[in-house]
Design a protein around this ligand. Structure first.
Ligand SMILES: [Zn+2]
Length: 291
């Protein structure tokens, strides 16, 4: 294995996008990123993690964070398929006492697939592993950026797949997951009770009102529906579709339409396309009535 360390100094201004399932006020903010980039090639392929750090970290803290993120990255590749690109991981020091990872976001820009995480490195590795934020941000990278208009889809997608990855990490069982999805979706139902607005219109207005958690969980229903059907009719999970999607379509897909079509190509049916029409055209209370 060839292993090298390349250090680059990069200064750039980033505009953060929100990525939280909790109803925390998240302002858009400018993040000045100054960092050392360390490139480490992976054993199994040509792609790896490229690290940068903001704030002070001890060597021990950096080791712990690297161990944790490497585990999350490997788990993501096992669950969603091997990513065909490097992932730029930017760790920003946080002193949050509430959660070890209070905030994160994913970004695909200028050909770089990035995960930015605010981390309190005094948390134990176990506490870090049980936080869902890293799995959520890594999940985002499994499809292209779909634009802010389709945030309902991308956030439901990442919220669903982060827990699928955690399930494969042995942190939850399928039964525990079904029950988690159902209780979170049941809570979200109250917000999707409109008989006139479509599911997507309600999602957008929840987003405008910073009601993140219910929008994220409400929107998991799309993949949950496809996953349930695949489990029932094919005895496979949606993540099995993702494993085939990665090498075939991840690079060439540009829009939500492409992504939905590609999922259907892998499935060999029009399930996703048809379900999308239901989400676009039906009132939100109709979509949610099965939950
Ligand atoms: Zn997200």
């Amino acid at each position: 294995m060839k292993q090298g360390i390349i250090t680059l100094f990069i200064i750039s201004t980033f505009v953060a996008c929100t990525a939280t399932e909790n109803d925390v006020n998240q302002e858009e903010e400018d993040v000045l990123m100054v960092g050392d980039y360390e490139f480490v090639e992976n054993l199994t392929n040509d792609y790896g993690l490229i690290w940068s750090w903001e704030g002070e970290f001890t060597t021990g803290e950096q080791e712990k964070v690297k161990d944790w993120i490497t585990e999350v990255s490997e788990a993501t590749n096992n669950t969603l398929g091997q990513y065909g690109f490097d992932v730029y991981v930017n760790i920003i020091r946080s002193n949050s006492k509430n959660r070890p990872v209070p905030f994160g976001f994913a970004r695909r820009r200028e050909g770089k697939n990035q995960v930015h995480l605010y981390v309190n490195p005094t948390a134990t590795k176990d506490e870090l592993l049980r936080d869902w934020t890293a799995q959520h941000e890594f999940s985002h990278l499994s499809i292209p950026f779909l634009g802010s208009k389709n945030k309902w889809f991308s956030e439901g997608f990442a919220t669903f797949l982060s827990r699928q990855t955690m399930m494969d990490q042995g942190l939850y069982t399928q039964v525990e997951f079904d029950s988690l999805y159902h209780s979170k979706i049941t809570e979200a139902k109250a917000y999707y009770n409109s008989s006139t607005k479509t599911f997507i219109e309600v999602s957008d207005s929840l987003l405008d009102n910073n009601v993140y958690s219910h929008m994220y969980w409400g929107s998991t229903t799309f993949l949950f529906t496809i996953d349930k059907r695949l489990r029932k009719e094919r005895d496979i999970r949606f993540v099995d579709i993702m494993k085939e999607y990665q090498p075939l379509f991840r690079d060439s897909d540009k829009s939500i339409k492409d992504v939905i079509r590609s999922f259907d190509k892998v499935i060999g049916e029009d399930w996703c396309w048809e379900l999308m029409a239901v989400y676009r055209n039906n009132p939100s209370n109709v979509i949610m009535e099965d939950y």
